[in-house]
Design a protein around this ligand. Sequence first.
Ligand code: ADP
Ligand code: MG
Length: 448
Amino acid sequence: MATTLEMLWDSVLKKIHEAQYFDEQDFQVWIQKTTLFKIENDSAYVAYRSSITKAIMERQLALFEATLSEEWGNPVSLILIEQKEMEQMMPEVVVEQRTNTLLENKFNPNYTFENFIEGSSNKEAYAACFASCNQGSHPMFNPLMLFGNSGLGKTHLLHAVGNYLHAERPEAKVIYMYSGDFVSILIEAMKTKNIHGNTVDKVKEQLLDCDYFLIDDIQNLQHNSSQEVFFTVYNKLIEKGSQIIITSDIHPKELSNLQSRLISRFTSGLAINISKPGFETSKAILKKKLDGREDLVTDEVLDYLAMSYSSDVRDLEGKLNRLIFQSTLFNPDVIDLKFATEHLGKEPIVEQKNELTMKTIKRSVSQFYGLSISDLEGKSRLKAIMNARHICVYLSRELLHLPYMTIGKKLGKRDHKTIQSSYNRAKDLMQKDQAFEIAVHKIKEKLL
Ligand code: ADP
Ligand code: MG
């Protein structure tokens, strides 16, 4: 019976394919993988694996019904059913058994595209990963490589690809591996080689049996023989059109532990950098993590965390979790700035590179002129030091709009008149002294 239905559905799909009603890729990816599993009381039940397939087929339902009715010899109406539901309805239908143990679904359910906050620091990486899930049989960019510092969402995106494919295209075979596990599996296989036959070949075979190969933290693939295997598998996967996505904590060209022939291949696809999120993105990430518990924390605290810890999202999240945990111990009405600074007080605060203060201006000016801060604040009337001081005043006015009095206080306790005339002198020198003008621009460039 199953064979008959299978043959019947095959010939329906063949006809539809030949008539070219669908784009070739859509047909191969979405429609070809459906199954006709029951015809009962003039209704034909077809199982689909992805909601995209359902949407595509629903648009052409009359076409499927007409073709099937013709092949079947009787008019039938078509009912679309999700694969999982079909399996429950008809447990006797043998669903393809996957013997490849590397294809296990090991994805963290929280690491989804929906839970990933896009911002200018990561939107290209997000878009490329998402696109890779919805392409036809030929990857647009292969390999796709994501690189960037630790804690910026690379693993999250790999898992998002896995989760998405699992839900939307369950027929796609996805292997996800942390590169350290790749090495362990191979070392294990190498050890058992003489007892159970060449299991390295078996591992290779399993690795090749996939449509997506996601390998995390490639910088840890240090073992030489594993690199050899990886090289072979990599080339074959590219040849057969499987999508490879690689992540790395360091720039591909700095992967000094890897053979150069591997590195040059990695950069032949698309390499995308993920950088640290800006203030708004960090704040949105925190809000996402709070998910319905926003009342627990004041907005000011979110600002404080986003300003102080955004160079590593893992750390940012960790601080929020820590505050939430502390709040269960101390029961404050709300986690406000006072509570937050008290409980994170001992933690080092990462200074924002672009947070501009008089202190950072003084530091940049002194570095530019090779002076110390106390030279700047002191009383020396040497021309170079006087000029450096004028620049400090000028930039504090122009960039921070500070009153003369405040600038004076932070610059060797000078009075407001001295600072005002220093500012006027700087404006004058900007017109007359090219070296002074260049110095101002260079320092400003570094600061902003
Ligand atoms: P990496 O692999 O780059 O070291 P991870 O993917 O492990 O970083 O991310 C660390 C943590 O930060 C994870 O909990 C992840 O969910 C979270 N994270 C990172 N970037 C984002 C983002 N843009 N949106 C939401 N969560 C993020
Ligand atoms: Mg990671």
